[in-house]
Design a protein around this ligand. Structure first.
Ligand code: GLU
Length: 484
């Protein structure tokens, strides 16, 4: 049987990093087994819909490089892949459940349900729907139920959960799971507005889309007993289940917005590379080996195994994420990095920089950065002649006699055609030796002129990139301003 898995987000906003992890594990699993990964939009809860959320989800997923085989964009034989376009199917199947006695009509209104919950809570009992006393098919009888339906009295359809039986299933990550029917609510399957709930639509879709493995977050584990009852009631073979561990903050609380960003989009905006995010998220709950953190997507695919996913929560360590981005910055192709960098230059109001030039600047600085976006604040001088010079640095390294020491060197360098760092270094060395000076006596004044700042990359490497023409403009500007 060929593997078919799905990622089934609800369009309620941005893509959460936990959502990306679920999507990625589905994708890795499908690719590992040569199967199919499907995208399905679960928009049955009309009250939680957010405009454009589906587009945003699709955009973030495709940015991360997770490509689906079937879905709202690609189509496929089991579509449509948006639940709101499948409502007839859910109603049809729901009627079958009613006919077979696996589900039943209930006519209680919201106040009656609230009062029931109150009563049960006060008695110290589980506030689940009390089938034996409320207004439903069982307490009203066949005749009365039919009458109310004919009168269009608002009603829902509920799942008839066995009262005292154990509901059992096996989870690939957690092993055997068992819960007593006593603990499980008679879940609403069809709401009074005729729309299905998540549970009904999810199971019908997983069946009709021939899903073999349901891989989703741990927060859905409590829904699974209801789902297996539905599979059994329909007489359908259950898929295999795998519930992924929760994502935690460093203090082990559940990962939440309050302690940092949770949207993939936020990390993208901060300048994390997609390779970093995918690599990092893949390791939230699993690591193919004990001694490495950096993996290509192909390596992740070839070693992925649900059996090796941890049960315990996975800590989202932002320092590790930053470290990983720095690793990718060092390793990624400079031309690719230059392309990513171009919009940042534009945003900083710097124009006329070629990809090739940007790639050289990035290569020069990549050991010193965690993010590409740090390059401009740290090294604007690579793109613009400096007009401001660090006060303290100036005071320390531009003294009474500096001009006399540096001017002869500036004149030598002005006459050099070859601005390779090696030649600049050799010529400077020759000069300091002949003048009985040390390299550091001239390097700081040169750095001041060329960059205006006390920190930067190698001086001669910087001068090589800036180039002869710009270096000459900078000597002249500086001497004009601070000479004498
Ligand atoms: N629509 C659910 C969600 O938003 C899907 C859960 C599942 O995968 O069954 O996460």
């Amino acid at each position: 049987m060929s593997v078919r898995v799905r990622f089934a987000p609800s369009p309620t906003g941005y893509l959460h990093v936990g959502g990306l992890r679920t999507a990625l594990y589905n994708y890795l699993f499908a690719k590992h087994h040569g199967g199919k990964c499907i995208l399905r939009i679960e928009d049955t809860d009309r009250t939680r819909l957010v405009e454009n959320a589906t587009e945003m989800l699709i955009d973030s997923l495709s940015w991360a490089g997770i490509n689906f085989d079937e879905g709202p964009v690609q189509g496929g034989d089991c579509g449509p892949y948006i639940q709101s376009q499948r409502f007839d199917l859910y109603r049809e199947y729901c009627n079958k459940l009613i006919d077979s006695g696996a589900a039943y009509y209930a006519f209680d209104n919201a106040e009656e349900i609230d009062a029931m919950r109150d009563r049960l809570q006060k008695a110290g009992l589980n506030p689940k729907y009390d089938r034996t006393t409320m207004k439903n098919h069982y307490t009203l009888g066949e005749e009365e139920t039919k009458k109310l339906l004919a009168e269009n009295v608002p009603h829902v359809v509920r799942l008839k959960v066995p009262m005292e039986e154990d509901i059992r299933f096996t989870d690939i990550i957690r092993g055997d799971v068992s819960i007593n029917g006593r603990e499980v609510d008679d879940q609403v399957l069809l709401k009074s507005d005729g729309f299905p709930t998540y549970h009904l639509a999810n199971v019908i879709d997983d069946y009709s889309m021939k899903i073999t493995h349901v891989i989703r977050g741990e927060e859905w584990l409590t829904s699974t007993p209801k789902h297996v009852l539905l599979y059994d009631a329909f007489g359908w073979e259950r898929p295999q289940f795998a519930h992924l561990p929760l994502l935690l903050n460093k203090d082990k609380s559940k990962l939440s917005k309050r302690q940092g960003d949770v949207a993939v989009e936020d990390y993208r905006a901060k300048g994390y590379f997609k390779d970093t995010i995918v690599n990092f998220v893949a390791l939230l709950g699993w690591n193919p080996t004990a001694d490495r953190e950096i993996y290509t997507l192909d390596e992740l695919i070839s070693s992925f195994s649900l059996e090796k996913v941890n049960k315990g929560g996975a800590v989202f360590d932002i320092q590790k994420l930053e470290w990983m981005n720095a690793q990718y910055l060092k390793a990624l192709d400079p031309d690719y990095l230059a392309q990513e960098f171009m919009p940042m230059l534009e945003e900083a109001g710097i124009n006329g920089i070629s990809n090739e030039y940007a790639a050289k600047c990035i290569t020069l600085f990549k050991e010193r950065l965690h993010f590409l976006s740090e390059l401009i604040p740290n090294a604007r001088f690579l793109f613009e002649n400096p007009t401001e010079f660090e006060e303290a640095y100036l005071e320390k390294h531009w003294k009474e006699n500096t001009m006399d020491i540096v001017m002869p060197l500036v004149n030598i360098l002005k006459n050099e055609e070859d601005y390779s760092h090696q030649n600049l270094h050799d010529k400077t060395k020759e000069y300091v030796e002949s003048a009985g000076l040390k390299l550091k006596d001239v390097i700081h004044p040169l750095r001041l002129m060329i960059t205006g700042r006390s920190v930067g990359a190698g001086m001669f490497e910087t001068m090589e990139i800036v180039g002869r023409e710009k270096c000459i403009q900078r000597y002249d500007y500086f001497i004009e301003k601070y000479g004498k």
